[in-house]
Design a protein around this ligand. Structure first.
Ligand code: PLP
Length: 464
């Protein structure tokens, strides 16, 4: 081992690559990647030496090991969601149940019957795999699965209303996160939006007056991420359906989150179910697979036979079709819905939404001292908080929960210290994501499942 304190003492890239440990890296990750990393490491070493620092030659190999590890680490990784938002769009929305993960692995592992009818020995249809269960669970005649609900809405409009008019209430012209704006979607789908009523009040007569010879369908959009309160009036599904049907037009409802079960049975606020929307008269309903349903990213179009068939024949369906892994996961999740009695125990989304406050409090009480031991200088307490469903479902309803709350009592302006602390938690081997509010860092424990893993992971915490 030698001390390096002048640029001349730095090895060449070739010499560094000849080191035994570096040769092992080359075998594992390939010469191109390791050579590129070696150049970066030598470049920054040169800078340090010129700035007057010195180090040992072995440090170069260690630094290269870290540089290579950084270069190959996927940026898409598992994290621990302690934000208190159960369906967090930025954190991947629904966490899948074990049965869905097994199903995905099974079809990923080998060839599958994706578009092959094993009984007949002929070509099959990928869209058939989830259809029977979807129809059974929603009462729909037919169902079609695409990549996400945005695609479901887009495809539905493009198939049924191309170059035609679609009246929508002004109170429902929503924008949800990620630039999904109903007016823009309509324009790209090739149809003309006809705005009906006012922001806070829309009446049946307004819709009646909006129907003309160029009207293709009536549309109702679930106002997922907000609620208009006060002097308001909307047109119900049933009223809209009767207006649509009187003019021989279909009613399409974008439910957004959409649920297959009555959430009131699980002690949660009511949310229109897919079958309720269909029973009330919607001819088609669109909803997400990874919101309240608790499944993989998908968009589901369910409803009338002839309409689904027309959508299926649209060439754009091919561009939005789900892959085998999604279909396998979706089927496994839908299967759980056939037994609602065990659903809350088997489906993580529902399990967390219905988790007892006292259970969360006990978990927080057990973990707070462990967190405290790792966070010198911060005050750690157990505090009541509110979790959110997220993803636009039940936007104004909050669920009582408990959090581990970290504060920095010594600082009058703790903002920066808390940012750094949050960063330290994000730097853990499995990043832990909380939220900063009211001069504290909060970890809402509603969605923490694996206590032992959490404690183990914490051992890597480096407090700034
Ligand atoms: C979430 C949502 C969408 C988009 O669904 P994705 O599955 O995210 O594509 C569309 N409409 C409404 C009302 C929504 O809430």
């Amino acid at each position: 081992m030698s001390i390096i304190d002048t640029p001349k003492q730095l090895p060449s890239v070739d010499r560094l690559l000849n080191d035994a440990a570096v040769a092992a890296m080359v075998r594992d990750y390939g010469a191109t990647l390791v050579t590129g990393c070696a150049r970066n490491v030598l470049e920054s070493a040169r800078g340090l030496v010129l700035a007057g620092q010195s180090f040992e030659s072995n440090d170069l190999v260690d630094n290269l090991g870290e540089e290579v590890a950084r270069a190959v680490r996927p940026s898409l990784r598992r994290v621990i969601n302690l934000t208190g938002t159960v369906l967090h769009t930025n954190l991947g929305r629904a966490v899948l149940p074990a049965c869905a993960i097994d199903a995905m692995i099974e079809v990923a592992r080998g060839a599958s019957s994706l578009e092959f009818d094993v009984v007949a020995g002929k070509r099959g249809d990928r869209h058939q795999h989830p259809e029977a269960l979807l129809c059974q669970l929603t009462g729909a005649e037919r169902a079609l699965v695409v990549n996400n609900n945005a695609a479901a809405v887009m495809l539905t409009l493009n198939s049924l209303a191309l170059r035609k008019e679609v009246p929508v209430s002004r109170g429902e012209l929503i924008e949800i996160g990620g630039a999904f704006r109903m007016p823009d979607i309509m324009a790209r789908a090739g149809c003309k939006l006809v705005e009906v009523g006012t922001t806070n009040r829309t009446h049946a007569a307004d819709f009646e007056a909006s129907v003309g010879p160029r009207t293709a369908l009536l549309m109702k959009v679930h106002t997922s991420n907000y609620e208009i309160q006060g002097f308001t009036s909307g047109v119900t599904e049933a009223e809209l359906a009767s207006i649509a049907h009187a003019h021989n037009l279909p009613l399409v409802t974008d439910l957004g989150s959409g649920t297959l079960i009555d959430l009131e049975d699980y002690g949660l606020p009511h949310e229109t179910t897919v079958s309720e929307a269909l029973t009330a008269g919607a001819d088609l309903v669109t909803f997400s697979g990874d919101k309240l349903l608790g499944g993989p990213q998908a968009g589901i179009i369910a409803g009338r036979h002839d309409l689904v068939e027309k959508i299926k024949r649209n060439p754009m369906t091919r561009a939005m079709r789900p892959d085998k892994i999604t279909l396998a996961a979706l089927h496994a999740v839908l299967r759980l819905y056939t037994n609602p009695a065990r659903l809350a125990e088997q489906l993580p989304t529902l399990h967390w939404l219905t988790r007892e406050e006292t259970e969360i409090e006990q978990l927080a009480t057990r973990l707070a001292p462990v967190v405290e031991r790792c966070c010198e200088g911060f005050r750690v307490t157990v505090a009541p908080t509110h979790s959110q469903v997220g993803s636009g479902a039940l936007p104004v309803d909050q669920l009582g929960s408990f959090a581990i709350r970290l504060t920095q009592p010594k600082l009058r302006r703790p903002g920066k210290a808390l940012e750094q602390l949050a960063r330290a938690f994000r730097d853990l081997p499995t990043p832990v994501i909380g939220r900063i509010a009211d001069d504290a860092l909060w970890f809402d424990l509603r969605c923490l499942e694996d206590e032992a893993e959490f404690i183990d992971n914490l051992q890597g915490l480096v407090i700034p």
